[in-house]
Write a protein of this length. Structure first.
Ligand code: 2AM
Ligand code: CA
Ligand code: CA
Ligand code: CA
Length: 267
């Protein structure tokens, strides 16, 4: 597998898809519900995923595609540890796409034999592409991004977290998290998991906490975070299985330890 070639194609296709999305924000969208009124999908989610499926199938017919909208067909049974797998989220932040017309992105991660290789996250409204080829650093557009500043204490930390953590939920004890809400410098919730991971990777956020993400949500972001030497684990502190839904906690190593030992209590 030629990693440079895959990197180049991924950036090119993600950019092209971004142009389609940028032009579509002014159009009337067909919005449907998936599992609930808070779980939206538009015709653009499916169109953009199909765009990637066609490009990948035509260029790399042996590669496997895992997309949120499940538009890839006739794929053989696969063992992700033994294949090239594309994790595609055609629109991450569909609710923002529908309501705000901003704060959404396209996220594409490529894994070779179970190892992260390429991650590209593109916000077409701000025209910001966060991208990495494993081992070659994180870039924002053409600029190499240094390691995010090492915030090590929660008093200095700006963390991305869903407000639902503060209410009764099935995953985390509320009291320690409510304590965290009063102890840390601030919370920011963008509403696009991939964009939040990209922001952590360049130091705009110091950490992020998620209960349950799909492979397509974290596939690209994981590579950016790993490339910057940040910690990325499940809420239980284990390594992430890239090909299964997963909780996720990321930040600098020091902050990760503080947050996990003081504020994360699994139910
Ligand atoms: P999506 O826009 O691709 O669905 C919103 O809080 C963030 O959580 C988005 O990144 C969203 O991705 C993700 N998410 C994952 N599963 C979701 C679900 N079942 N309903 C809504 N958002 C979900
Ligand atoms: Ca969705
Ligand atoms: Ca998503
Ligand atoms: Ca999506």
């Amino acid at each position: 597998m030629n990693k440079q070639e895959i990197y180049r194609f991924t950036k090119e296709w993600v950019y092209e898809a971004g142009v389609i999305l940028r032009e579509s924000v002014t159009m009337d969208l067909e919005v449907e519900y998936k599992t609930s009124a808070a779980d939206l999908v538009t015709e653009k989610d499916k169109e953009i995923e199909m765009f990637f499926v066609k490009k990948i199938n035509a260029t790399f017919p042996n590669h496997y595609i895992l997309g949120e909208e499940d538009t890839a067909s006739d794929q053989k049974d696969y063992n992700p540890q033994n294949e090239v797998v594309w994790l595609v989220d055609p629109i991450d932040g569909t609710t923002n796409f529908v309501h705000q017309k901003r704060n959404f992105c396209i996220s594409v991660g490529v894994y070779d034999n179970g190892k992260p290789v390429v991650g590209v996250i593109y916000d077409p409204i701000s025209d910001e592409m966060f991208h990495a080829l494993a081992g070659e650093g994180v870039y924002l557009n053409d600029q190499r991004m240094k390691l995010p500043s090492k915030v090590t204490t929660y008093e200095q930390a700006l963390i991305s977290m869903n407000h639902l953590w503060l209410a009764p939920n099935d995953f985390l004890c509320e009291q320690p998290i409510q304590q965290m809400a009063t102890d840390i410098r601030g919370f920011r919730y963008i509403g696009s998991a991939a964009l939040e991971l990209a922001y952590v990777s360049v130091g705009r956020l110091d950490g992020a906490i998620f209960a349950g993400l799909g492979s397509w949500d974290f596939g690209a972001g994981y590579i950016l975070l790993q490339e910057q030497g940040l910690s990325v684990t499940t809420l239980a502190g284990d390594g992430i299985d890239f090909f299964k839904p997963s909780s996720l906690l990321t930040s600098s190593k020091e902050l990760h330890q503080v947050v996990q030992s003081n504020y994360i209590r699994l139910k």
